[in-house]
Design a protein around this ligand. Structure first.
Ligand SMILES: N[C@@H](CCC(=O)N[C@@H](CS)C(=O)NCC(=O)O)C(=O)O
Length: 248
């Protein structure tokens, strides 16, 4: 192919891409590779590790089967699963699922276009996700302790309270201040449009502010105006609003 033909081909390709983008915006990210026709996401009937994936698929307009597993059924199901954990994702009705919510999040980002293809932009998104992972890691010891059956209830309650009060006073505000700053001059964590990092951070904001984590005040995120506006902006997205307002 001559240089001229190559350039014309590239221009024609760009024009066709622009037309397709207008006509079928949700198809755009899948150009050049196949998007599965059928996606099933299997998880417990809670937000937990799957909500960020659900939010991403919803925002990207990718239909998926949102299967919920009851805790009662989990006991016998656990041994049959890939790593003994949920969530699991099934593509195109295949018998063998994929595991790991972080991998599912990036996959969902790739097929929706909510994970930037540009390496530097993707770097920023992964950086924000890493920060959110760090915040969640800080929470983990007190969460695990609250499920520990080997400690006397009174002693456990005392320890959990002590740990959570420290988290609410120190670590959580420290992380939230970083996110607040990231949202100072942009509507989303990594710029003017939502990415998978926003899907994950929205999940964290909703969890921290849910009032269900003992000793973590439900207003812990509302002291931050940028985070509060971010959460409202994300929750107002039609697909997310419809999902959140769906009667349980
Ligand atoms: N790194 C995994 C962690 C998965 C995980 O810890 N799943 C928990 C629920 S959030 C689970 O399946 N717990 C039930 C069990 O281990 O029996 C991921 O992100 O998918």
């Amino acid at each position: 192919m001559s240089a001229v033909n190559f350039a014309l081909g590239a221009l024609a390709g760009a024009a066709a891409t622009a037309v397709a983008a207008d006509a079928y915006p949700s198809m755009m990210p899948s150009l050049g590779f196949s998007r599965p026709k059928d996606i099933e996401l299997k998880y417990f009937d809670i937000a937990g590790a799957a909500e960020k994936v659900r939010f991403t698929l919803l925002m990207g307009g990718v239909p998926f089967k949102d299967t919920r597993v009851s805790f009662g059924d989990w006991g016998k199901m656990k041994e049959t699963t890939k790593f003994g954990q949920l969530p699991l994702m099934y593509l195109n009705g295949e018998e063998k699922p994929y595991a790991q919510s972080g991998a599912m999040l990036r996959f969902a980002g790739a097929i929706t276009g909510l994970m930037p293809k540009d390496p530097v932009q993707a770097f920023k998104v992964d950086e924000a996700i890493g920060l959110d992972d760090d915040l969640r890691r800080e929470m983990r010891p007190s969460i695990m302790l609250s499920y520990d059956q080997t400690i006397k209830p009174k002693e456990k309650a005392r320890k959990v309270k002590e740990m959570r009060e420290k988290l609410a006073a120190n670590e959580i505000p420290r992380f939230l201040s970083h996110f607040e700053k990231m949202l100072e001059n942009s509507e989303y964590l990594c710029g003017s449009s939502a990415t998978i990092a926003d899907a994950q951070f929205l999940t964290t904001c909703r969890w921290l502010g849910s009032g269900v984590i003992d000793h973590i005040p439900a207003d812990i995120t509302t002291k931050y105006p940028n985070i509060t506006a971010f959460r409202a902006r994300m929750e107002a997205k039609p697909e997310i609003a419809a999902y959140l307002n769906k009667p349980k």
